[in-house]
Design a protein around this ligand. Structure first.
Ligand SMILES: NC(=O)C1=CN([C@@H]2O[C@H](COP(=O)(O)OP(=O)(O)OC[C@H]3O[C@@H](n4cnc5c(N)ncnc54)[C@H](O)[C@@H]3O)[C@@H](O)[C@H]2O)C=CC1
Ligand SMILES: N[C@@H](CC=O)C(=O)O
Ligand code: NA
Length: 433
């Protein structure tokens, strides 16, 4: 790396929401950043697909590269910020090229880290360069630093939370304003919260990328995206949001990673969270990360999980660490892992469930449904049905006591096959972070 007293020269690959945000933070807060870093941090080179686009800042004096890999190997660049996105292609090529050129990398790319994190860390260690990724998890919340450094004395028992700003924003606005899913998603895209392909957000994949990273750091395990159970919010309806309210719940997309004596379970799915839980109050683009350590107990961090300013704040925090020469092992422990506990399947999960059915309103329907639940060994806590519409389709809601996922799935498929059940049932797990 360059002389520690000289400015740290940054090349930014990708000038969208996060890249442009990073230029703005570095310029607007230059004095305070320089004081904290011990030297100025200056952008010298940039790369993006479209040179002509107005990004709200002056590009005069910056070296422009059409090819991000060329930026990574430019002699005027000491550190590469990769904010292109995507687990393969130009983002991965740029990160590998920068590391091979002996340059530290800062990335916001959780897809890349969740799928290739161990390989990239190994490459970075081989070349002796840091790889920062604070921006990749929960945007502006310093979740990586908290888990990897602040809680380093603890055995971490669980790490969980609201990890996708787009989904939390959609669920919040649907609940508060009764607006339509597609319309609210369009707003989240306009605010710069969503991924280039918003299916990653709404199908739970983005939250799963982040949970895979948190799980690896928390438990000292190699990052293992394939071990996660992932469900998104596509099938959450206004009707379920209304029933949740009536039952005293809020629907949140939670990521939950837990270590037990048998292994590690990691899951992302919509969850009915009791309204009184702190995490139920985390709304809009805000994320929350809850960690439990064997000495510290529970720690909860909350803040904006997406958007230009919060994400750029995390990118710049990593740049300041690099400028200062503050180094920790990339995955928190030497050699990327303490060991490998077995991944527990979703079928091992135990909990309570919310089940909403659309049934033909006629006598005997409830008896058929409860008989299926009884045969599967699932015990009912409560039931809701409003009004009558003889012969027509009406919603009924069932809330179970704690049971096993296996029993619930068996009951669900039998219920879905009943003649009087007119639509695929909606199932939402009840729980909290
Ligand atoms: N938007 C957000 O709130 C957050 C985004 N992230 C991550 O940050 C990364 C960037 O996200 P956004 O800024 O939202 O994306 P974006 O779509 O707004 O920007 C991507 C930028 O990359 C450029 N680009 C695409 N292909 C390129 C190539 N071959 N060479 C050079 N530049 C290229 C585009 O021209 C654009 O300027 C992604 O990995 C995303 O997951 C992480 C946290 C929050
Ligand atoms: N699309 C992501 C962006 C931040 O990681 C989100 O909505 O949380
Ligand atoms: Na973060």
């Amino acid at each position: 790396m360059s002389d520690p007293h000289k400015p740290l020269r940054v090349g930014i690959a990708g000038l969208g929401t996060v890249g442009a945000g990073t230029v703005n933070v570095l310029r607007q807060n230059a004095a305070i950043i320089s004081a904290r870093a011990g030297r100025p941090i200056t952008v010298t080179a940039v790369s993006a697909r479209d040179r002509t686009r107005d990004r709200g800042f002056a590009t005069e004096g910056l070296i422009w590269h059409d090819d991000a890999v060329a930026l990574a190997t430019d002699d005027n660049v000491d550190v590469v910020v990769e904010v292109i996105g995507g687990a393969q292609g130009p983002a991965a090529d740029t990160v590998r090229a920068a590391i091979r050129a002996g340059k530290p990398v800062v990335t916001a790319n959780k897809a890349l880290l969740a799928l290739h994190g161990a390989e990239l860390a190994s490459l970075a260690e081989e070349y002796g360069v840091p790889l920062g990724f604070e921006a990749a998890v929960a945007g502006g919340i310093p979740a990586i630093k908290a888990l990897r450094e602040g809680l380093a004395a603890n055995e971490i028992i669980s790490v969980s939370g609201i990890l996708n700003g787009t989904c939390n924003y959609i669920l919040t606005v649907m609940r508060e304003q009764g607006r339509d899913f597609a319309e609210v998603l369009a707003d989240a895209q306009a605010f710069g919260y969503a991924e280039a392909d918003p299916a990653f957000d709404i199908d739970g994949v983005d939250a799963a990328h982040k949970l895979a990273i948190l799980g690896a750091l928390a438990f000292g395990q190699p990052v293992d995206f394939a071990a996660l159970h992932v469900e998104g919010i596509r099938r959450i309806t206004a009707l379920d949001i209304a029933f949740a309210r009536e039952l005293g719940f809020r629907i949140k997309l939670l990521g939950i990673a837990k270590r037990t004596a048998d292994g590690v379970s990691m899951r992302v799915h919509p969850t009915m969270v009791p309204e009184a839980e702190e995490i139920a109050q985390v709304d809009g683009v805000f994320n929350a990360v809850v960690a439990e350590g064997n000495f510290v107990g529970r720690v909860m961090l909350m803040g904006r999980g997406a958007g230009a300013g919060p994400t750029a704040s995390a990118v710049v925090a990593d740049l300041i660490d690099i400028a200062r020469g503050r180094l920790t092992p990339i995955w928190g422990v030497e050699g990327y892992a303490l060991g490998k506990l077995p991944a527990l399947p979703m079928s091992a999960h135990q909990g309570a469930y919310y089940l909403r059915l659309m049934v033909r309103d006629r006598s005997g329907v409830m008896a058929d449904v409860t008989a299926v639940l009884r045969d599967a060994g699932v015990s009912l806590q409560s039931m809701l049905q409003h009004g009558r519409a003889p012969g027509e389709s009406v919603p009924i809601v069932l809330v179970t006591h704690e049971t096993t996922e296996g029993a619930m799935m068996q009951a669900l498929s039998a219920i879905a096959n009943l003649d009087s059940v007119l639509e695929p049932p909606a199932l939402i797990r009840i729980g909290a972070a």
